[in-house]
Design a protein around this ligand. Sequence first.
Ligand SMILES: [Zn+2]
Length: 158
Amino acid sequence: MDYIENRGERPGCLFCDRLAQEDGVGNLILHRGGRAFVMLNRYPYSSGHMMVVPIAHRPSIEDLDDDSMRELMQLSSRAVSLLRKAYGAQAFNLGVNIGAPAGAGVVDHVHIHVLPRWSGDTNFMVTTAETRVLPEALADTYLRLRTLWSAASPNPSP
Ligand SMILES: [Zn+2]
């Protein structure tokens, strides 16, 4: 109970707002765990670009408790496995931008980007946001990954 009361949900925060919505193509949440959740990035660098986010509204990893950090890494690991399976991803970038000068889009709610990579995609990655061309519509990506995520995790709670 303490945890729920103290999680510091903030209206107006992109992640907290998504958490308050019903899961689906609207909020792009693929999976909810006890301390963290997984969602698709609405402006992906490539199909399957996920974000793993603590439920607690905190600006930095150093503000998170151990259970949240453990779950963030566990879900990141599962995201990697799923992206190998779903998209044949050959490599990954996992990244956390902490603070505006580091490029954080949502400064107050830390999150881990999980970005699938393939041989030869380097040029694609460095193109600017305006010219991103995605081979698959976001809704299709969402439904595909949501199905896989449900199949991979029969809701294991401690
Ligand atoms: Zn938040």
